[in-house]
Design a binder for this molecule. Sequence first.
Ligand code: SAM
Length: 330
Amino acid sequence: MATALTIEEPETNNETNNDDGEKTEENDTKENDANVESNPDEIIKLDTPALLTVEHMRLCKHSFDRLCKEHPTAIGKALSKRQRDNEKLRGVHLAYSEIRFESFAIVLKKIQSKYGGFQEPGGIFYDLGSGLGKAVFGATLLYQWQRCTGVEVLEMLHDGARELADKWDRTKDGLLYLTEGQRQTVIDLMNEDFLHSDLNLSDATLVYMNSTTFEQDMLIKLASKCEKMADHTFVVTHTKRLPSIHFNVMEECRLMQSWGECSVFIHQRKPRDWQEDRRIREEAARKKQQEEEKEEERERMEKEQEKADIAEDKKAAEGAAGKTLDGIDS
Ligand SMILES: C[S@@+](CC[C@H](N)C(=O)[O-])C[C@H]1O[C@@H](n2cnc3c(N)ncnc32)[C@H](O)[C@@H]1O
C-alpha cells in the first residue's frame, strides 16, 4: 500500500507558528485531507490518474524502481555472462542490455497519442528476448493489458525475471493507482528461443524487441512471425528496422537505453486491405502490360502483313508486265 501513497502524499512542512494567523502549510495539508475525506471521488482521482499521462508515468517509474531494486542491469549482465561462459554459448545476439523505463514509456505514449494504439484496454504485449523482464514489467505498470509475455532463451535471466514476477505478485495490491484490470494482467514468462516454431505472434498488440545486437537473419525470421499480427498492431525495434514490407515505419526516434542512445523504430502492421489493393493494382498493371504487348505484337503483325501484301502486289504487277512484254516479244 505504501508505494502509491508515498508518491501521492504532499510534502508536509511542520512549521506551525504563524503569528499573523495566515494559513500555514500544515493547515493547508489538513484542509486538503479534509477535502479528500469529504469527497471519495477525489481519492480515486488522486490514486488513479489516466494511463500514460505524465502523472501516471511518474507513479509507474517509482513503482518500477522499487520493483527492480534488487535486480539492476548489472545483475542481468552478470547472469547472462555466467550462463554464456558456463555453456560456452556464442552469438552477439545474447549480449545483455536493458530498456530505460522513461524511453519505454515515451514509446508507449507515442503509439497511443500519435498512432491510435491502446484506445481500448486489453491486448497482448510481447517482449522478445526479455532478459530480467524490465520491458514486461514496464508494460504491465504503464498500460492495462490482458497478458504480458516475455520470451528469454537464457535460463538464468528467465529465473531472475521469475523472481521479479513473484515480487510483483506480492506487491501489486499495494499500488493503489493500478486499475482493477491491471491487477488481473497475466504475466507470462517463457524460457524459450523466440525463433521456435511454436511461438505464434498472431494475437500480439505490441511486439517489443530490444534488437540492437540481433543478427539480420534472426530479424528476417522474426519479421515473418510478426507478419501474422493483426492489421494496425505495432512492432518496436531498436537500432534496426523490421525487415518486412508489411509494416510501415511510423517513426524513428533517438532514445536512451541502459547502455546509451539508440534509434527506436515504431512500426505498424499495414492493413490486409492494403495488400489486397496492392495485389489488385499489380494484377491490373500486369494485365495492362500484357495488353500493350499484345497491341504492339498486333501492330507488328499488321505492318508485316502490309509489307507482305505490298510485296505480293508488286510481284503480281511485275508478273503481269512480264506477260505483256512476253506478248510483245512474241
Ligand atoms: C538486449 S537484451 C534485452 C532485454 C530486455 N528485453 C530489455 O530490454 O530489458 C536481449 C535479450 O535477448 C535474449 N535473446 C537473444 N536471442 C534470443 C532468442 N533466440 N530467444 C530468446 N531470447 C533471446 C538475450 O539473451 C538477451 O537477454
